[in-house]
Design a protein around this ligand. Structure first.
Ligand code: IPE
Ligand code: IPE
Ligand code: MG
Length: 262
């Protein structure tokens, strides 16, 4: 008898979502805005514009499904390399996004947080972000965490520098630096026990991290999907969650019911 070889990336077309096993923290590398726009014969920024609408749809879908934290990679510390007009457009997006979306975030009890080097953003962008944080601070539902001018290596450097300063000041022994100390020095510290994503999704078919959450993703499940971000729908998002639910997370251990080990 011949068995079909298991595909490297398992798809899950016939399965349904188990609502009792929703990943607590989902992180998304929203990629492919530019390529989507080019495919439509539009300028790259049209992809960012459409991508912003998709952020609204996926935020609502994630919140409705019971995701507790949704981290979205919106602008990396490396994205400053792009042409000035594109960077300028991206910097205006938070203002436009929050202007129209904060009431809906409040209706859905969603709290906005931001991680990244916010003080390096244009003043208007900073204001938009800080207003949204303040206007949703009372919400107790899903945390919508934007990574904005964020880079995983820079984040680790900043955190380690803070710890080193504590050592110099005599507040901490070098030997006391452990996983908890590093975790607490990173930009995800405000998420508490939700700091590490359970699931990382990257759109657009690229299979790399591009400097995203290098420490926090140590044991996340990775799901790569072919659609460009502006083409992602709540159904596609749900499919990624189903794929996640097919994975066997072992964290270095073994499966409890592993029949080989008695
Ligand atoms: C993701 O889409 C958005 C940002 C990185 C800001 P891209 O702009 O990277 O789109 P592609 O990958 O060039 O198609
Ligand atoms: C990663 O996408 C950054 C964001 C999604 C914000 P990029 O498009 O910048 O990554 P590379 O250049 O393909 O690695
Ligand atoms: Mg890209």
């Amino acid at each position: 008898m011949f068995f079909k070889k298991k595909p490297l990336t398992q798809t899950s077309t016939n399965l349904t979502l188990d609502h009792d096993r929703i990943p607590k923290h989902v992180a998304i590398i929203m990629d492919g805005n530019g390529r989507w726009a080019k495919q439509q014969g539009l300028p790259r920024v049209a992809g960012h514009q459409r991508g912003m609408e998709v952020v609204k749809d996926i935020t609502k879908a994630a919140s409705d499904l019971g995701v507790q934290a949704l981290t979205l990679y919106a602008f990396s510390t490396e994205n400053w390399k792009r042409p000035a007009n594109e960077v300028g457009f991206l910097m205006k997006l938070p203002g436009r996004f929050f202007d129209t979306f904060v009431p809906e975030l409040n209706e859905n009890n969603v709290k906005v947080q931001v991680m990244g080097y916010i003080d390096q953003l244009p003043a208007d962008t900073q204001r938009a972000v800080n207003d949204a944080i303040a206007q949703t601070a009372q919400n107790t539902g899903m945390v919508l965490n934007f990574a904005l001018n964020y880079g995983g290596r820079a984040e680790i450097i900043t955190g380690v520098q803070q710890l080193a300063q504590k050592v110099v000041a005599g507040e901490l022994e070098a030997s006391e630096i452990d996983e908890t100390q590093i975790t607490n020095s990173l930009m995800t510290a405000p998420l508490g026990e939700l700091a590490d994503p359970d699931l990382l999704i990257r759109t657009s078919g690229e299979q790399r991290l591009s400097n995203f959450m290098l420490w926090q993703l140590a044991y996340a499940e990775f799901v790569f999907i072919e659609q460009h971000w502006p083409a992602v729908t709540p159904a596609v998002f749900e499919q990624a969650l189903i794929t996640y639910q097919m994975r066997d997370r072992r964290f270095g251990g073994i499966k409890e019911n592993n029949s080989d080990v008695k």
